[in-house]
Design a protein around this ligand. Structure first.
Ligand code: G
Ligand code: G
Ligand code: MN
Ligand code: NA
Length: 253
């Protein structure tokens, strides 16, 4: 309850910021975009991971405000990148709680409008579990969002026990393979077969594939051989604040 109280107003107090983790093209290792990730530096506890506070923010409703702030901040940051590399995108995580709000589409349009970011440079990451069992409603919302020109990617793919065929009625642009699958690569076993199957099936449906949590060169090589499109992970680059990200990745290619 204390953490919950402290979470209210944490953004306004400047304790929460947005970091950016690079996403690279697997074939040539060039930067294609970045995922926006929250970071809370708590005055007493130090860094609190999003895995520890996003759930609290969802429970107490703070996620709505926080989600809007992240969207605007990420769009403004990405707008700066485009001066240097007009093809980059920013990927923003969207909580199921945000998705269920009737004004979410308007929030996205507002963030695009106020930042001047071209819609095609914004990818929204929605989780598999947010869609599961609600495919029809999800399809309507995703269609509206895509009409704005943004891309929709399914995050944490593989953890929700859905099949891609089950999700076919939701018009997404691609899937992000959950890092728990990537962690098992390239050792032989079920995950090996599963990850390869996800890539093949996604491609056969015309979807893009991003592998998350790439921590070793061997994992990266395996993914490249399988034709995975994009990858992110500590081996390729850690999340950085906006300034560090620009210094490290822009103006170099
Ligand atoms: O950085 P970390 O591994 O702790 O992130 C854990 C989770 O927090 C991830 O599932 C990630 O999607 C989520 N997360 C990070 N930033 C955001 C955000 O801006 N909004 C939402 N809804 N989730 C986020
Ligand atoms: O669920 P989501 O994909 O949004 O989660 C992203 C989270 O994964 C971020 O919190 C980020 O810090 C974390 N992450 C990114 N790369 C790696 C990695 O290579 N290994 C591990 N363990 N976590 C990672
Ligand atoms: Mn994500
Ligand atoms: Na994920």
């Amino acid at each position: 309850a204390r953490l919950e109280a402290e979470l209210r107003g944490a953004w306004e107090r400047g304790e929460i910021s947005v970091n950016y983790q690079p996403i690279l093209d697997v074939a040539n290792r060039r930067l294609v975009g970045a995922e926006a990730l929250l970071r809370w530096v708590h005055p007493r506890l130090g860094v609190v991971e999003p895995s520890a506070f996003v759930a609290i923010a969802e429970r107490c409703g703070v996620i709505e405000e926080l989600g809007r702030e992240v969207l605007v901040a990420a769009c403004c940051e990405a707008k700066l990148w485009l001066q240097d590399n007009p093809k980059l995108f920013v990927a923003v995580n969207v909580s199921p709680v945000q998705l269920r709000k009737s004004n979410f589409c308007d929030q996205v349009a507002e963030a695009l409008g106020s930042s001047g970011l071209p819609p095609s440079a914004l990818h929204l990451e929605i989780t598999e579990t947010a869609v599961l069992g609600e495919e029809a409603q999800a399809a309507v919302l995703v269609t509206r969002l895509r009409e704005l020109g943004v891309q929709i990617w399914l995050d944490d793919f593989g953890t929700g026990f859905s099949g891609l065929t089950q999700l076919r009625q939701v018009p997404i642009d691609g899937v992000k393979i959950d890092r728990s699958f990537v962690a098992e690569l390239p050792a032989a076993g079920d995950d090996l077969a599963l990850t390869g199957a996800i890539i093949s099936l996604a491609h056969s449906l015309g979807l893009g594939v991003v592998a998350e949590g790439v921590e070793t060169e061997a994992q990266f090589d395996w993914l490249r051989e399988r034709g995975c499109d994009q990858a992110q992970g500590f081996w390729l680059g850690r999340p950085l604040n906006g300034e560090e990200f620009s210094a490290r990745f822009l103006g170099e290619q």
